[in-house]
Design a protein around this ligand. Structure first.
Ligand code: FHN
Length: 416
């Protein structure tokens, strides 16, 4: 079973992903040609020569990037951890690396170490700092993997020794406690190579989680595909990396922003199945966060400030035998949360095949009592008949009822 052995990760449920790098300067277009893929892949997809792409570093001056403000907002948005691209596939490090000059301090006019800035800010606001690191793909180093092109001639060992392993060591040794290294796209790394990277992480920070995409099934939790929510139960720790529009890095042409209501429902769906939602922002080249991202995350944050008790530190509810229309469940020891995604007809809901006793039930947002009659039908099957206060003002996205149950966990009866 995938087990991070880290309580903070099991309880977190919601985190901020930040994809930032030189690609933000291109914002989806190079020499008048637009990419039709995710913006941070532009170097690879439009086959931009290394000598051309690396010139971007000299223009990279994201003076509006405010680590303190981002961490403060992430906290306010209800996020518990922050995962930042210390080096993405393009090979450019956003921190002061001593083993490659291709980094923000040595090669850009900005000249400041973003990982150091974020480490300080995360500490200040009580967020876990996690770092993304592209361990296999590196389109700048001659021996890194490069998707879509022939890699057969490469000396991947040299890349591992010259760049990957020393950089992983740097990010673990120089910025205090790191919650997780978020590895990605292992390509054809061998089992032994993935293991070597894994062991290096653990030798420096034993509590640092190694993410699902280290390769060869040795990650400590399951990372789903991008924006994918598993439809079958997964017994172990897992996380969904997800976008607010269709790209990770900033793309000025991508206006496909999801509505906050949709994000809240996705959060709930993921949490009710036991996973964490890692939601991305892609700052613009000047370092500012696109306005639509701010607006969406503000709205989700407002929802969480009312309903956080039903989200954080909850556990998956075993599949309910019936698909209850417009309702999702989350649970923690002694409490079952009913998430009503639509106002119920006549303020009443019937739940079948639930055998828990009820100590107390109330609306989470205002504490008003909810009546629950527990009974058995003529066939002997248990049910709850739930009656909400007449004057309930429903939240059209999700109204939460907290039920304090007599048992530790929800007891749904199997069909007989
Ligand atoms: O290739 C990357 C992509 O650029 C982005 O970083 C995502 C985030 O999950 N991971 C890879 C694609 O799955």
């Amino acid at each position: 079973m995938r087990d991070t052995q880290q309580q903070w990760f099991k309880d977190a449920k919601y985190g901020l992903f930040i994809h930032f790098g030189l690609y933000a300067l291109l914002a989806g277009e190079y020499n008048g040609k637009r990419t039709d893929n995710i913006a941070e892949w532009i170097m690879n997809d439009l086959d931009i020569p290394v000598a051309e792409y690396e010139k971007l570093a000299a223009q990279f001056n994201p003076v509006e990037f405010n680590a303190d403000e981002i961490a403060r907002m992430a906290k306010e948005w209800g996020m518990k951890y922050l995962t930042f691209t210390s080096k993405h596939h393009d090979g450019f490090a956003l921190y002061h690396s001593k083993c490659s000059k291709y980094n923000i301090v040595d090669a850009s006019p900005y000249g400041k170490d973003m990982v150091a800035e974020l480490a300080g800010a995360c500490k200040k606001y009580g967020l876990k700092l996690c770092l993304y690191y592209s361990q296999a793909q590196d389109w700048h180093h001659p021996d890194g993997y490069r998707a879509n092109y022939d890699n057969s001639h490469k000396n991947f060992r040299r890349y591992l020794d010259e760049k990957c392993l020393p950089q992983v060591r740097e990010i673990l040794e120089n910025y205090g406690e790191i919650g997780m290294i978020w590895f990605d796209t292992p390509m054809e790394m061998t089992d032994a190579e993935s293991r070597e990277v894994f062991d290096l992480v653990k030798s420096i920070q034993p509590d640092c989680i190694v993410s699902g995409r280290i390769g060869n099934d040795i990650g400590q939790y399951m990372t789903t595909g991008d924006n994918d929510i598993p439809s079958l139960p997964f017994y172990g720790d897992w996380e969904v990396p997800a976008t607010l529009n269709e790209t990770w890095g900033y793309d000025r042409f991508d206006d496909t922003w999801k509505a906050p209501e949709k994000i809240i429902r996705l959060l709930l769906k993921i949490n009710s199945r036991g996973g964490n939602y890692l939601l991305n922002i892609g700052p613009k080249a000047d370092g500012s966060v696109p306005r639509p991202s701010l607006e969406i995350l503000d709205a989700v944050g407002a929802y969480l400030s009312r309903n956080g008790e039903s989200i954080y530190a909850t556990r998956a509810v075993e599949n309910y035998v019936y698909d209850v229309e417009d309702m999702l469940f989350t649970a923690k020891s002694g409490k079952l949360f009913l998430h009503m995604l639509q106002p119920p007809t006549m303020n009443r809901i019937r739940l079948n095949n639930i055998a828990n006793t009820v100590k107390k039930a109330y609306l989470l947002h205002n504490g008003k009592e909810v009546r629950i009659d527990c009974g058995k039908n003529c066939e002997g099957d248990s049910y709850w008949h739930i009656v909400l206060p007449e004057d309930t003002v429903y939240d059209p996205v999700d109204t939460v009822v907290c039920v304090e149950i007599g048992e530790e966990w929800p007891k749904f009866e199997p069909l007989r």
